[in-house]
Write a protein that binds this ligand. Sequence first.
Ligand code: G6P
Length: 368
Amino acid sequence: EAAEKGGYDHFMIKEIYEQPKAIKDTLSPRINKDNVIKLDDIKITKEELEKINRVYIIACGTAYHAGLLGKVLIEKYVKIPVIADVASEFRYGSPFIDENTLMIVVSQSGETADTLAALRLAKKNNAKVYAVTNVVGSTISREADEVFYTWAGPEIAVASTKAYTTQLVSMALIALDMAVKKGTIDKKEYDKVLNELRGLSEKAQRILDNTELIKKASEKIYKAQSVFFIGRGIDYDVAREGSLKLKEISYIHSEAMAAGELKHGTIALIEEGTPVIAIATQERLYDKMLSNIKEVKARGAYVIALTKQGNEEIEKTADTVIYIPDVVDELTSVLSVIPLQLLAYYVAVMRGCDVDKPRNLAKSVTVE
Ligand code: G6P
């Protein structure tokens, strides 16, 4: 096992450090030399795509959090309404599924029971199903109409890291491919996002090369009873993933809140010293986040802010600021999740937890 860990203490940290490569491996085969996305894995035609009037993105756990980005990007670039839901809720609801529905299931293992059941429900009702999965030949990959593989390589740690970041870039590729086929994105925007996608791997590496501040922040929070993650839009989605990472491996109670909802309840729990991780990468929501940070600071919170390079005035309000390299707002989560993964990892190690095999959790949940 030590050999498999390649010199790292745990699989989780090894997999966190494999992300630049995983991102690159997932992107490179799908972007040709003329800077155009070519998804050989997804053969849907323009005509088929034009019929689709509703998209469901269904998954569990971390894969669901990646699906949330799919919703944002498909609604923005493809202009089709998207519902993202966890599979265990979706399958017992009353979804509207017909031959004009597209379902995208996201699953690292390709074996999660609830996700598979959602896929079967969609197929039974004549929907088209895409699977985004990391395991070649998995049940979900065999039953879906189209399979898009994340080339993250085997993920051993129970807490998912590199699968998530590759699922995020997959969401972007799928959304852009649909948008081009439907003609709903202009060339300038398409080129911009594509260029930014290509830069992600190197930027992820930059974060991994400089982790001192994240270690220091972990020391500040590792004894906490409760940690709150706040954000808006894409930052709220990544807050949910950051919170899940922390709770699953460190056993610290944590909650992610849409920052604008704080005052409707959660702010009552903020006391002197309560750690709040505030994610503020979205330009049009930045000022709103600054006011939310001030609100929790006024109640005594210890605020660790996460933002893009260039947003230095946040240092006036937050106690610690962690920067990610500048990147287009639509893709920030691919980078902002990395400090959150590292934070969860360092905290869990400081607390002496079994990082790779947290109690009560399984890597693949094949029973309901
Ligand atoms: C389990 C794992 C999670 C994972 C979820 C969905 O709970 O511990 O890390 O996100 O299942 O798994 P899947 O293989 O479908 O992505």
